[in-house]
Ligand binder design. Structure first.
Ligand code: SF4
Ligand code: SF4
Length: 331
């Protein structure tokens, strides 16, 4: 199996296609998750999205061990598979050249690949398979990530071609993108889901790796230049970061009165934590907990100031995003 490493306008790196989502735009939706993100949010539940190109993941719980298997080590030409004392393996990521021969050799799927190159047509054929649900529910395709606009040409072509095929389009964005890229996508969108995480630039930088000026500027310009575009602002509520009346209140006051706006708050969860282990990364928020009562108070305050919230009847429990088998890698 070959693993292409080049993307262009007609081809891009996708790490999941999730069907039957009810939360990421109007109606029943198919979410296409694109690789790459300019932020490093400490709570990120999709760490496999952050790097633009594909990467190898190792789930040690599925590994048979080098005594009975060891195919990965034999296939690796870079000496990047290290045998541990307990017969399990680890990946030396500095030595790894990302050839992915180990992924192809692994019989137990302990080694998997996050991300694969797909064409615009291949993605849309997956999306169109759910077409029967879109007509009845007003649903369609949502591009997510990562930040889908990290692959700007591919994201734009997906949206443009989806529209041509009469598929309703949504895009989830962190807003930290060049305005021209965002603008080009908006011409092909029915709904935009725009994250505003904090109004405090210092805190924003400490928890996401970037300040919020570009994000807020883009949001203001989006409201000015695309007043008729349906916009859902989203805030992940994260303990110790923004779970206060002041933080959420400042966001609510910033968006209040702008055209075609809905507001949604997403409760912190840590369902993405195991994936940090698969990628040899450290999850730093494992000790924090979001109180249901706190979330209700914050929702109540936001609802009072805005009049209503998006998905008002949604329970406060977090949503699991990766419950379906991955359509691109099958894991
Ligand atoms: S991706 Fe290639 S270089 Fe990296 S560990 Fe696997 S076989 Fe070795
Ligand atoms: S090929 Fe897969 S199952 Fe075999 S030792 Fe390597 S990771 Fe474990």
């Amino acid at each position: 199996m070959g693993h292409e490493k080049r993307s262009d306008d007609k081809h891009g790196f996708v790490f999941n296609i999730q069907r039957y989502s009810l939360h990421d735009g109007p109606g029943i939706r198919t979410i296409v998750f694109l690789k790459g993100c300019p932020l490093r949010c400490q709570w990120c539940s999709n760490p496999e999205s952050q790097k633009v190109s594909p990467e190898v993941a190792l789930n040690s719980r599925k590994c048979i061990g080098t005594k009975e298997c060891g195919f990965c080590a034999r296939e690796c030409r870079d000496g990047a598979i290290i045998e541990k004392d307990d017969g399990q393996i680890r990946i030396d990521r500095n030595a790894c050249s990302e050839c992915f021969r180990c992924v192809d050799a692994c019989p137990s799927k302990a080694m998997t690949l996050f991300g694969r190159l797909m064409s615009v047509d291949e993605v849309l054929r997956n999306v169109e398979a759910d077409g029967i649900f879109y007509g009845r529910s007003g649903g369609g395709m949502t591009l997510s990530g990562g930040e889908p606009l990290m692959q700007p040409g591919f994201a734009r072509e997906l949206l443009k071609e989806a529209r041509r095929r009469r598929i309703n389009t949504s895009l989830e964005t962190c807003g930290f993108v060049d305005w021209k890229v965002l603008e080009a996508a908006c011409f092909h969108l029915d709904t935009i889901l725009f994250d505003i995480k904090s109004m405090d630039p210092v805190k924003h930088k400490a928890f996401t790796g970037v300040t919020n000026e570009l994000i807020l500027d883009n949001f203001e310009r989006l409201c000015r230049e695309f007043p008729n575009l349906s916009k859902r602002v989203r805030t992940p509520v994260v303990p110790g970061f923004n779970d206060t009346m002041e933080e959420i209140g400042a966001i609510v006051d910033f968006i209040k009165g702008r055209p075609n706006i809905e507001y949604e708050m997403l409760a912190y969860h840590r369902y993405g934590q195991p994936k940090y282990e698969y990628l040899d990364r450290v999850y730093t928020l494992s000790d924090v907990h979001l109180d249901d009562g706190r979330m209700s108070e914050l929702r109540g305050m936001a609802k009072e100031r805005l009049g209503k919230l998006a998905l008002e009847n949604e329970p406060t429990e977090p949503r699991v995003r990766m419950e379906a088998p991955c359509a691109t890698c099958g894991s």
